[in-house]
Ligand binder design. Structure first.
Ligand code: NAD
Length: 391
């Protein structure tokens, strides 16, 4: 079985799905690893390192996509494939694709995968269970993004983060408000604290209060019950109108106090909740900074422009959509471990062995070319999370 690692083609994408150490592990699982020449360069891995790990270098994208029985990548197949064709058309019929597919935002792509009888798995659907922790690419990328968001804010803020006591006087520390204390938010809180800022953490899930406080920040979320704020998987859910108004009032009082806001709030399957209005931005101090990590889902701030930096009312608003890609070495290393651990579930003795009785394989699968009867029989009613699946 040939497993192909292409060079990512998305704008600004410097990560690679599989680093040389993981290529070595894939070889041990009995598969042949094909790597497109230059695939690892953005993440500082030269072709030679892949060869030393036992991979075969393939000179062109065309050769890689046409020889691969399975493609492991980061971004969903994009428009810039071999020979100027879309990457999805370069996938071999009946082959396997594993990437961060985000199927609900990429329905046309999913239809194209069905048409090519591709069996696809989306790393963003890996269940958040203890057994799947090694494969949790969402957490890996959120860790990188949460950290980098604070650095981005610190470099565009016109003030220090820590307090400085100098002969020229005492400089007050920056006040940072982190909205959404999931994986990215907690990492942002930890990073802002390390830089010496005074940090507040806001979330609607009461369960995060302790985590926020354990990082040395103040929890400023509303007092909602767990039932009101989160689903059975521990994710936030859409609030009732009454709970939303209560939460919003509290947040509205915190926003003008902040020099920096890092906002990360998401509700799975829905557009990002709109938490900062244009009016809220108007009440912020000039020179304040917002980094909106929910920009790819529409943004938590009404004025966010995805992928852009804007200035409104003297407030700098960043809407980064691929922040993890700006840390290509560690982001690739983490993703590579996640996708390799996942792919090891799909192979046995060097051949594809799809076990849909396994909840991780089942929940992560988006399209599958096997006969419907076999697939339906293997669907268990105990599926931990309903994932979209297309045949
Ligand atoms: P996420 O990216 O889905 O959302 C980010 C944060 O936004 C969450 O903390 C959420 O509560 C918050 N949020 C949503 N709506 C909001 C609103 N209106 N106002 C304020 N905040 C709002 O979250 P995530 O980082 O993917 O984590 C989600 C859950 O999964 C958490 O409970 C986390 O602890 C859990 N998790 C478990 C594992 C594991 O067990 N392996 C791994 C990672 C995460």
């Amino acid at each position: 079985m040939n497993v192909g690692i292409p060079k990512e083609t998305g704008a600004g994408e410097r990560r690679v799905a599989v680093v040389p150490d993981s290529a070595r592990l894939l070889k041990k699982a009995g598969v042949s690893v094909l790597v497109e020449s230059g695939a690892g360069v953005g993440a500082t891995h030269a072709d030679r390192e892949y060869e030393e790990a036992g991979a075969t270098l393939v000179p062109t994208a065309q050769a890689l996509w046409s020889d691969a029985d399975a493609i492991l990548k980061i971004q969903p197949p994009g428009p810039g494939g071999p020979g100027g064709r879309p990457e999805v058309e370069a996938l071999r019929e009946g082959s396997v694709l594993v990437c961060l597919l985000r199927p609900l935002s990429n329905l046309d792509l999913v239809r194209a995968l069905v048409a090519r009888r591709v069996t696809s798995f989306s790393m963003d659907l890996v269940p958040r269970t203890t057994r799947a922790q090694r494969m949790d690419a969402l957490s890996s990328m959120a860790t990188a993004a949460g950290y980098k968001a604070v650095l981005l804010a610190a470099t565009s803020a016109p003030r220090f983060f820590p307090m400085f006591v100098t002969a020229a006087g005492t400089m007050a520390p920056s006040r940072v408000l982190v909205i959404g204390a999931g994986v990215a938010g907690l990492q942002a809180i930890a990073t802002a604290r390390r830089l010496g800022a005074v940090v507040e953490g806001y979330d609607i899930r009461p369960a995060v209060k302790e985590e926020v406080e354990s990082l040395g920040a103040k929890f400023v979320g509303p007092t909602l019950s767990a039932e009101e704020a989160q689903d059975t998987q521990g994710y936030a859910k859409a609030l009732s109108a009454e709970a939303r108004a209560k939460a919003q009032d509290l947040l509205r009082a915190r926003i003008p106090q902040a020099d920096v806001i890092i906002t990360t709030a998401r509700v799975p399957g829905l557009p990002a909740p709109r938490l900062i209005t244009a009016e809220d931005v108007r009440k912020m101090k000039p020179g304040s900074v917002i980094v909106d990590l929910a920009a790819d889902m529409g943004g938590n701030c009404e004025l966010t422009k995805p992928g852009q930096e804007t200035v409104a009312e003297g407030v700098v608003i960043h809407g980064p959509v691929r922040l993890a890609a700006t840390l290509p070495v560690h982001a690739s290393q983490m993703y590579s471990r996640n996708i390799t651990a996942f792919f090891q579930l799909l192979v046995k003795d060097g051949a594809l062995n799809l076990n849909f009785e396994d909840d991780i394989v089942r929940d992560t699968c988006v399209t599958h070319e096997a006969p419907i009867s076999r697939f339906s029989r293997s669907r268990s009613s105990s599926a931990s999370r309903s994932s979209p699946r297309f045949r």
